[in-house]
Ligand binder design. Sequence first.
Ligand code: C2E
Ligand code: MG
Ligand code: MG
Length: 550
Amino acid sequence: MKIKGLERIRFLTPGLAAVVTLGMEALVGAITYLAGGTQFALTHLMYIPIILAAYYLNLWGAISSAVIGGLILGPWMPMNVNGNVAQTNPDFIFRTCIFMLVGMIAGLLFQPIKTNTSEQLHISFMEARTGLSNLNTLRYEISALTHEKKKFSMLAFRIANLFDINAYVDYSIGEKSFLYVAEKLENVFGKQNVFMASMDTYMILLPNTLLEYANAMAIKAEDILAAPVTMDGLVVRLEVQCAALHSPSHGTDTDELLRKLKIALDRNNQEHSQTPVVFNDEMIRQNREKFETLTALYAAIQKNEFFMVYQPVIHVASRTIRGVEGLLRWNHTNIHMGPGEFINIAEKAGFINEITKWVIQHSVQQIRIWQDAGIRTKIAVNVSSKDLNDDSVISYAQECIKTNGIDPQLLGFELTERVITENEAKVRTLLNRMRAMGVNISIDDFGTGYNSLIQLVTLPIACLKIDKFFIDHIEYENNQAVIRETIRLAHSLKMEVIAEGVETERQLHLLEKMDCDNIQGYYFSKPLSAKEYIEFATAYQQNSKSGEIK
Ligand code: C2E
Ligand code: MG
Ligand code: MG
């Protein structure tokens, strides 16, 4: 094949010409033979590399690619290989201009799209308010470090009271606190090492750092953050919690490390530790155990594992049974937990209502069964704070009373002072409704909470239960003074008093002297099963002075 253009180049510089000729002949030859000449070549296919160049190499890349494309399909390529028909100059010049125009338009069009995409990309790796990298970047950097088998420490800082600052102080102070913590952490650890993990948590990645050193730095940061700071004229005290771990000691998988750091941080939240909580595998075991307990507790109603016991309350003056307190028990093969513990778990997990309803239903049924057996006994059940978030528990009690046809006066509710203080307005309405139903209300563990005298005067409370703590330490004059004055106050407000946890004759004697109305405690009886209670009540009926059970 002879190509006129290449012939011309041969005369320029013989050495270079030889190389260029060979290269160009090979390239153009291949393309031309494949295409059969520009007449047959799909010249429009050249738009593909031009557009790709516009995207990847921007405007000038596109124009250059258009020029190269124009030259490839240009003066050295005949129009038809077979007939050796050459192209005319206007032919390829016009084509090259069109290529350049397309390259220019494509380059200009892609420019804003690419800027936008890179901004989006930036946003997805940065947090706008703090200008810090976010969790995506952190993940990326952890993966890079573990990939290179590098050792590193990680810290997490959470502002524990940020929610309270937002809710009770001001949202703008919350925002400022958040930025303030970012700034202080940047000062201690360097901006490139601080990452914003969530709305209240920052994480720190410290490559090539021993855990001990990371811990020491964390303590320094905590000290700085613990100092009160003035924002908009308000003195704010931030509660910052910290957790720490090390890779590879605690793992090398990104998700696993982040999960473990969060577990340690949650542990700090429970323990309120002043120093960083370092992750350990025991935490995972304990969490799994907690989860298993929670699942088992959740299933306890369906599996019939709950049962009630009843502790008699004795009227001191007449030595008669005043009623019983209904106490819940959980019978599980592996888990041995008292109500104080499992009620707390159910409260936190949000299904205490179901348990309380179960207790109410069984207590009301028990009242009916005893009544049918000739024993009229009042049962007081414990109600927790979450039970009074809405009126479903009260409505349920009303329904049970009606279905079982019992006297509402035989059902009582015991509330701790905490229950009342947590949601006073709502509780007030519900207590009035209970009282209107005829149900008795007692304040449990009296003296351990924060009841105000106003609450005592204005709420429909029938009884105060003095906490076991005061009875345990009744020998101390101060405790005697508290008990004596509580009894006096209760009587002035037309309330009765029950002393909880009475175990000795001496305690009974002192309480009797102080005019205490009722006694509950091991001295008279431990909590009993329904069957045992019938025996107790029958024996007590015979032994008691009056023989009457109130
Ligand atoms: P509480 O309502 O103050 O119940 C009194 C607790 O003191 C009971 O513990 C009872 O067995 C114990 N006790 C009574 N007399 C004595 C005594 O003389 N000596 C000693 N050492 N202890 C005595 P229990 O049954 O373990 O219940 C603990 C707490 O769990 C209860 O305190 C109550 O707050 C809660 N609880 C129990 N059952 C329920 C329930 O059905 N619902 C709710 N929400 N809480 C419950
Ligand atoms: Mg109680
Ligand atoms: Mg109590």
